[in-house]
Every structure is written in structure tokens, then in C-alpha cells.
Design a protein around this ligand. Structure first.
Ligand code: PEP
Ligand code: MG
Length: 901
């Protein structure tokens, strides 16, 4: 019989932390905590494989699951001394999702299951607290009816509000047992009225209803969106955790909370968390009541007058502190935990490696290396390279004085300005129009996920540091301020009321997620400095990686920025970008529209000094580092005027009759320019262009070496080659010009000539092409376009649909298609090196800055990756991780580097 159910409790468990793929994160770590002897309410996990079967099999569960679940429940009954579905000590259970990757709040949960008209009476007796028992029953009905029966919980809230109004109560806590009992009867009546069936009294029916609903929630829209955004495969499925309830709402000696072993925003080594007295777990995350600090230090820092857990429940606090230490040492990482205190007794409900800001991740990783908890290589592998983007977020320029219109909690760092919108839909619509918005809400819920993603920043007037908005924004790297209690959202009138102002939708505000401040209007920002922990980690990463990291840079500004980010050369200078500036475009047009070679040469003579100066500056900035310059690549029509107005203007400026001008434009027209007269084809038709560029490169190399004292070895790259004979031809021009410049200057010129591999034919004939090339650079933008036969300029129109419909998992223009395009790269690399073992191999398509593609490049043995300047740090880290992961796969061939501290 297949094992579907893994039990845990009383110091033992059938699963362990390593079983995340089978038991999901929550289940695996509950099992681990139970095995460690920590206080975990007993229960069992139904494995995630069942989820796949449930969805594929028309919502049928495996036949033998029933038996295993029954025996799991029986085990819980023994461990708790309670009975499911009967008194005198009824067992209440929770049913929770738990996928392999954390998907906070995206799927469903049912709490307090096992209550019915009989067991509620038993619970009154057993707990000695009738008010608690009836409150739990009404919570259960509300949650179960919502999650399992599809009745919106709002309709229940309306009844509750109505009752409170009638009874003159402001807070839920003021309702008596009898009043809750009355609410329960109204709730049950509502279910019957709305659904024509009574609320189920049979606890077995309740149990299977909830299990099915949690499995179903794997496919709800918000879970699907979240998976899409976080690249979580749909076939992982969720596990279901069934666990004995413990109650944080059993009076003033009970509480519930969430905590991190270190500060998830700053990384500071301090217990960090919030709790609520006399409450159930969902109350903290929902952000409806403002929680209290766990430690006294945090309470003092926040200026709160509500007592900390440390003061209020000192014994439970000390026990919790010890568990935090134990868990962090055990997992060797910062933990994010949920706990409940039931009448003074502490229970652990969850632990997982906590989500954190990038800044915190860096600090924690560096601190843990210094504490001897992890190695430097492990620290390097702990940082998600893409998340470095977060560090590049701007912050508010502190020298600028602006009125503060509100303040809240610094929930996710970075500053952002944008127009106010009040709903997720408005945020998405605005983003589609290219507008930048701040999503302003009382609080967010998982339904808002698409709007949060579309916004520049998020502001909520309620909720703590662990509220939905805070957790999700940190994960996304979006600035966020939560709990801005001094502000009020008036949705009815579409206004945000701040200190001394009333703002409407469309008004611009700035939020500072690092300080919690909200300011009016757009505020100047400053770029962050990359130092401290960042510098240390980068140093470790640089020590660990094999590939070098270059940048794609066409301007001196790009080149300087890239060097500041640690680029080790230029992997691609797209020379065409130099021809658009100022006067140059006119000369360029003159060259393109010239009637004959003599006309072209006279225009090229004007372009030569400009181009030479460009290259001299780039070579000087890179100070002897390798610089790859690509000869002119795009179709010539890209430089020509398009609209009637432009045509008239340019024809007049060139002194050409309009009809002749238009005739020449027509002659240059191409049906499919991306596959037309571009790349090396231009140099073959008009060798004088390549000649001018080669001369500019060589003369600049001589001049830059003279200026800086650092010898320059330019790498001249021929684009869009598919035949060796094409490369031979262009190479002939380059070599001839080199000889001329050498003779003119009396210098010996060192240079490399190579080609881009961006056409499938070039990849397949790499062994032949390598006879004429000293380096290959994979132009994976064009190689993806030509391998798929999908226009790179039009792909965005349908790639989303492809991804949504599961036709492809990742956009191949963003992340390399390993199976097709990758195979061509592998073939080209192997064949090229068969011909020329020292052939330099690099990548300069967009994929050169994408971490998963970089891992592939390491795998095929490229020498370098080249990416845009701001992605250089990402590429440095990703390249290090790639080297380390390869070394792990082949431990004997690549020993791990030991990095000295
Ligand atoms: C490429 O095709 O990958 C490339 C780098 O060249 P471009 O994007 O300029 O066509
Ligand atoms: Mg290209």
C-alpha cells in the first residue's frame, strides 16, 4: 500500500526536514520540530502527490487514503486524549495547505474543524469557557462555509456587525457566550437559506470537505498567479496538514504570534516578531488588530505602551527564546516561526527559513559566516542573484525637505513615487498605460497580488510588519509602508486623508519603505552605495567564480557604471548606437543615401574622427581590459526618416529633390529587415563601412594605450555570420586596415577577430567558422529569434498567453531555452573548440544577465558572460553560484575554494 500519510507528534515523526518535496515545507518542518522534541501539536501530513492525483483524476482521492487518514486521526486521539467528533473532550483540528515552496496566504485553511451542535457543548464543559467555545464554533462556520461551501465570509461579517450594533458592542471581545450562540444560529440559518442545505454536522463530512477544498485551492487564481510570478511549477501540488488545534484565544494567558530569529528587514541579530493576546493565528497575519512586540527592546523602540510578551508571559518567552536559538542552529539559517500559547503552554505551529530583504539576506549571510555557522561559499549561495536588484533601489534624498503627510512601519525598503490608486485593478490598468502608481489600501489580501506586482510601492493604513502587504512586498522587492495609522483611506469618496491634506486618486505621493514615511508629491532620490556586506559577499563570489563578467556598453557612461559594478571588460559595444547622436545621424543618412561608393566614402570620412574618439574613450575607461567592438549590425533603414514630415525635412537638409529621396528610400525598403540586409551582409555590400570602423578601432587603440599606458587588444566582432566565407571576406578588410594603420603609426597592432554566433547555421558549422575566428560571442537574442522563428520584437504579444496556457514555462527571450537554443550553443562550443582549443567563448545576448542562463553558460564552459551594467553584480554572484554548484556535482574535479576571512 502506498504511504499517503506521514504522522508526527510526541517527540517522533515519520518525515523529516529533507522531505520537503513530499511533505511540503510546513509538513516537513513540523515533522523535524517534532523529532527534535519541540512542543508541536500532533497531526499528520497528506503528501503533495495526492494533490496531482486529485486534480488529474476529476477530484477523486486515492481509495486507500481514507484508511490512512482514519488511523492518523486515531493516533492524534491517543496523543491528545481527545475524541474527534465526540465529547466529553472533543478533538478539534486544523487543515492547512503546505507546498514545497512557501506561498504565503495563497491557498486555503480551515481551523476549529470538528465542532458541531454537540461537540460545542462538550467544548463549553471541557474548556470551562462557553464564550470561547461558541466563538470558536462561529469562526469555524464562517471559515468552512467560505472555503468549502463557497459562501463569501463578508455575508457573515454583516450579520456580526448587525448583532454588535443591536447589542451596542464595539469589539468582538465584548460578546458573551449567549450572544455568540445567537450569532451561530444566525450563521447556520444563513448557510441553509443561501445554499439550501444545512451546515454539516457530521465531522467526517467536514474533514473530507476541508481536505478537498485545500487541494482545490492549489488551482485558485491567486495561487496560479503567485506560482507564475515565482516560477513555481504547477505540478508540485500542495500537501495537506491535519493537526490538533491549540488555542491562543483561551483568555488572557493565551496568545498567538509570529517571529523571526533575526530582523527580516535589516538582518540585525535580534528576535523580531509580534503577538496578540487572546487571539487565533489568522488575526495576526490579517492585520486587523495591531499586534504587540515580543521583546521588551522592540516595545521600547516602537514607543508602544502595550506590554511585550517578554514582560507579560516571561516563562513562555524564555522557552520560546531557547527554541529560536535551537532552530536557528539546527537549520543554520534565520527562521520564521508561528506559535501559540494556550493557557501558558507554548506550542510551535510552523518554522521555515524566513523571507528577508536582500539587505537583510546579505547581513545575515555575512554574520553567519563570522559566527562560524556557515562557510563563505554557502553565504554566496544564500543570496538570490536577481534580488540584488533590490539593493539598486533608490532612496529618498535626505537633503530635500518635504512635508510628511503620514508615517507607518518600514515594511519593505526602498523609496518609490507614483500616482495614488486604490485598487489592484487600477494599478494593473495604470501600469499597462506606462504610469507609475502607489497602491493604497487599508490592508491587502492575496486577491491584490497582481496589483501589488504592478505598483511601484504599497501603502497600507493597517497591519504590522508581518501583515500580508509587508510579507509579499518584501518578497517582491517592492517598497512598502504598512500600518500608517495617521492616514485614513475613504474608499467611498475615493480619498486618502493624510496629515494636513486630502489626496485623490491620481495625486502623486512618495513612500519610503526604509523609514516608514509618506511624503507628498515626487521626491528626488539618491542611488544606494554598494559597500559593507555587499562588498564582502561580492569579494567571496569573485573568489569562487570561474567565468569573467563583462558588460554590454555603448557609451562612456555605461562603461563607467559597469566598472563601478565590477565589470571586467566590454563584451559587446553596439556601434550603431553611436550613430544616432546629434549631427552624426545626418552624416549617417548621407552615407546610406549616397549614390555611389565615392559618396559613401566622403560621409564615412566625416564619421571616422567621431567614431575614433568614441572608441578611444571606451578603451581608456576600460584601461586595458578586453573590449569587444561589433561592426555595424542593424538594417540601414533604421537610420532613415519614417514619417512624411521627417522625409520632407531630411530631403531638404540633404539638398535632394523629394522624389529622388523617396525613390532611394523605396530602394532600401525590405519586407523582413531583421532577416535582410544587415550584419556582415552590410560589410560585404559596402566594405568601406567596415574599413572605416576598423580604422577607427585601431587608431583609437593606439591613442588610448598612449593616454593610459595600458596596452589595448581590441576584439573586433563580425555580426550575423552564417558562412565561413562571409567571415573570411570581412576579416580580409580588417586585416588589411590593420596592416595600413600599423605601417602609418609604426606600431605593432595586437587584435582578435571573431564572430557572433546568432544563427543556427553558424552554430552547426562552428568547427569551420572557428578556422577564421579567434572568439565566438553567442548573440542569444538573435539566436533565440532564429531558432524559434519567432520575431523578438513581436514575441511579447503572445508569450504571456503561451505561459498562461502552459505551452512554455519561461519566456525564451528572458531565460535561455536550454533544450533548443542551448543545444546549439553546446554544439557550437564543442565544435569550435575542436578546431581551435584556445577559442574564447562568451555570451552577449540578454541572457548574459539572467542567473539560470548563466548557470547554463558555466555548464557549457564559456569563458565569460556579458550583460547590461546594472546586471553586472547579479551576473558576478550568479556566476559564482554556478561554479560552486558545478563543483558540488563533481566534487573530485573542482575542489571548493576556502575563502579566508
Ligand atoms: C544578440 O542578438 O543576442 C545580440 C547581442 O545582438 P543584438 O541584440 O544587438 O541583435
Ligand atoms: Mg544580434
Amino acid at each position: 500500500m502506498k504511504k499517503w500519510v506521514y504522522t508526527f507528534g510526541n517527540g517522533a515523526a515519520e518525515g523529516r526536514a529533507g522531505d520537503v518535496a513530499i511533505l511540503g515545507g510546513k509538513g516537513a518542518h513540523l515533522a523535524e520540530m517534532a523529532s527534535l522534541g519541540l512542543p508541536v501539536p500532533p497531526g499528520f501530513t497528506i503528501i503533495s502527490e495526492v494533490c496531482g492525483r486529485y486534480h488529474q483524476g476529476g477530484r477523486q482521492l486515492p481509495n486507500d487514503l481514507k484508511l490512512q487518514v482514519s488511523s492518523g486521526i486515531a493516533g492524534m486521539e491517543v496523543m491528545t486524549g481527545r475524541k474527534f467528533g465526540a465529547g466529553p473532550r472533543p478533538l478539534l483540528i486544523s487543515i492547512r495547505s503546505g507546498a514545497r515552496a512557501s506561498m504565503p496566504g495563497m491557498m486555503d485553511t480551515v481551523l476549529n474543524l470538528g465542532l458541531n451542535d454537540e461537540t460545542v457543548q462538550a467544548l463549553c464543559e471541557d474548556s470551562g469557557d462557553a464564550r470561547f467555545a461558541w466563538d470558536s464554533y462561529r469562526r469555524f462556520i464562517q471559515m468552512y462555509a467560505d472555503v468549502v461551501m463557497g459562501l463569501d465570509h463578508e455575508v457573515f461579517e454583516e450579520i456580526l456587525e448587525d448583532e454588535k450594533g443591536r447589542l451596542g458592542h464595539e469589539y468582538d471581545t465584548e460578546l458573551s457566550a449567549d450572544e455568540w450562540q445567537h450569532v451561530v444560529s444566525r450563521y447556520k440559518q444563513l448557510v441553509e437559506d443561501e445554499l439550501d442545505e444545512p451546515f454539516p454536522q457530521d465531522t467526517e463530512v467536514q474533514l473530507w470537505g476541508a481536505i478537498g477544498a485545500v487541494f482545490s485551492s492549489w488551482m485558485n487564481t491567486r495561487a496560479v498567479t503567485y506560482r507564475h510570478l515565482h516560477n513555481i511549477p504547477g505540478d508540485w501540488g500542495t500537501a495537506v496538514n491535519v493537526q490538533a488545534m491549540v488555542f491562543g484565544n483561551l483568555g488572557s494567558t493565551s496568545a498567538t504570534g509570529v517571529a523571526f530569529t533575526r530582523n527580516p528587514s535589516t538582518g540585525e541579530k535580534e528576535l523580531y516578531g509580534e503577538f496578540l493576546v487572546n487571539a487565533q493565528g489568522e488575526d495576526v497575519v490579517a492585520g486587523i488588530r495591531t499586534p504587540q512586540s515580543i521583546t521588551e527592546a522592540a516595545r521600547l523602540a516602537s514607543g508602544s505602551d502595550k506590554p511585550s510578551m517578554e514582560k507579560l508571559m516571561p516563562e513562555a518567552f524564555q522557552e520560546f527564546l531557547a527554541i529560536c536559538k535551537q532552530l536557528e542552529t539546527h537549520y543554520r539559517d534565520m527562521q520564521d516561526m508561528e506559535f501559540t500559547i494556550e493557557r501558558g503552554q507554548l506550542w510551535m505551529l510552523q518554522t521555515r527559513c524566513g523571507k528577508r530583504t536582500t539587505r537583510a539576506a546579505m547581513k545575515i549571510a555575512v554574520d553567519m559566516v563570522e559566527e562560524g555557522l556557515i562557510t563563505a561559499d554557502e553565504a554566496v549561495c544564500r543570496i538570490d542573484p536577481s534580488s540584488l536588484d533590490q539593493l539598486l533601489h533608490p532612496t529618498i534624498d535626505s537633503s530635500i525637505e518635504r512635508p510628511i503627510i503620514g508615517s507607518g512601519l518600514p515594511a519593505s525598503p526602498g523609496a518609490a513615487s507614483g500616482e495614488i490608486v486604490f485598487s489592484a485593478e487600477e494599478a494593473v490598468a495604470a501600469k499597462a498605460e506606462g504610469r507609475r502608481v502607489i497602491l493604497v489600501r487599508m490592508e491587502t489580501s492575496p486577491e491584490d497580488i497582481h496589483g501589488m506586482h504592478a505598483a511601484e510601492g504599497i501603502l497600507t493604513t493597517r497591519g504590522g510588519m508581518t501583515s500580508h502587504a509587508a510579507v509579499v512586498a518584501r518578497g517582491m522587492g517592492i517598497p512598502c509602508v504598512t500600518g500608517a495609522g495617521s492616514m485614513r483611506v475613504d474608499l467611498r469618496n475615493g480619498v486618502l486623508i493624510g496629515i494636513g491634506c486630502m489626496l485623490r486618486k491620481g495625486d502623486v505621493i512618495t513612500i519610503d519603505g526604509s523609514s516608514g514615511r509618506v511624503l507628498r508629491g515626487e521626491v528626488p532620490m539618491t542611488q544606494p552605495e554598494l559597500s559593507g556586506d555587499f562588498g564582502k559577499l561580492m569579494e567571496w563570489a569573485d573568489g569562487a567564480r570561474r567565468m569573467t563578467v563583462r558588460t554590454n556598453a555603448d557609451t562612456p557612461a555605461d562603461a563607467r557604471a559597469a566598472r563601478a559594478f565590477g565589470a571586467e571588460g566590454i563584451g559587446l559595444c553596439r556601434t550603431e548606437h553611436m550613430f544616432f547622436e546629434g549631427e552624426r545621424i545626418h552624416v549617417m543618412r548621407e552615407m546610406i543615401l549616397a549614390e555611389d561608393e565615392a559618396g559613401r566614402r566622403s560621409a564615412l570620412d566625416q564619421l571616422l574622427p567621431m567614431q575614433r574618439e568614441d572608441f578611444t574613450e571606451l578603451f581608456s575607461i576600460m584601461h586595458g581590459m578586453p573590449v569587444t567592438i561589433r561592426l555595424l549590425d542593424p538594417p540601414l533603414h533604421e537610420f532613415l526618416p519614417k514619417t512624411d514630415g521627417e522625409i520632407v525635412e531630411v530631403a531638404a537638409a540633404m539638398g535632394m529633390p523629394q522624389t529622388l529621396f523617396r525613390q532611394r528610400l523605396d530602394a532600401l525598403h525590405e519586407f523582413n529587415p531583421m532577416l535582410g540586409h544587415r550584419g556582415c551582409r552590410l560589410a560585404i555590400s559596402y566594405p568601406e563601412i567596415a574599413e572605416m570602423q576598423a580604422r577607427a578601432i585601431f587608431e583609437a587603440a593606439v591613442e588610448a594605450a598612449r593616454r593610459t599606458g595600458a596596452p589595448v587588444v581590441p576584439e573586433i566582432m563580425v555580426p550575423l555570420v552564417s558562412l565561413r566565407s562571409e567571415l573570411d571576406y570581412v576579416r580580409g578588410v580588417i586585416d588589411r586596415v590593420a596592416a595600413e594603420v600599423a605601417a602609418e603609426t609604426g606600431m605593432t597592432l595586437e587584435y582578435l577577430t571573431g564572430t557572433m554566433i546568432e544563427l543556427p547555421r553558424a552554430a552547426l558549422r562552428a568547427h569551420v567558422i572557428a578556422e577564421a575566428a579567434e572568439f565566438f560571442s553567442f548573440g542569444t537574442n538573435d539566436l533565440t529569434q532564429t531558432t524559434f522563428g519567432i520575431s523578438r520584437d513581436d514575441a511579447a504579444r503572445f508569450m504571456n498567453t503561451y505561459q498562461r496556457k502552459g505551452i512554455i514555462e519561461r519566456d525564451p527571450f528572458v531565460s535561455l531555452d536550454f533544450d533548443g537554443v542551448g543545444e546549439l550553443i553546446r554544439i557550437a562550443a564543442e565544435r569550435g573548440r575542436q578546431t581551435r582549443s584556445e577559442l574564447k567563448l562568451g555570451i552577449c545576448g540578454e541572457h548574459g544577465g539572467d542567473p539560470t542562463s548563466i548557470d547554463f553558460c558555466e555548464n557549457v564552459g564559456l569563458d565569460y558572460v556579458s550583460c547590461s551594467p546594472f546586471r553586472v553584480p547579479i551576473a558576478r554572484l550568479a556566476a559564482a553560484q554556478a561554479t560552486l554548484s558545478q563543483a558540488e556535482k563533481q566534487p573530485n574535479t573542482s575542489p571548493k575554494k576556502v575563502v579566508a576571512l
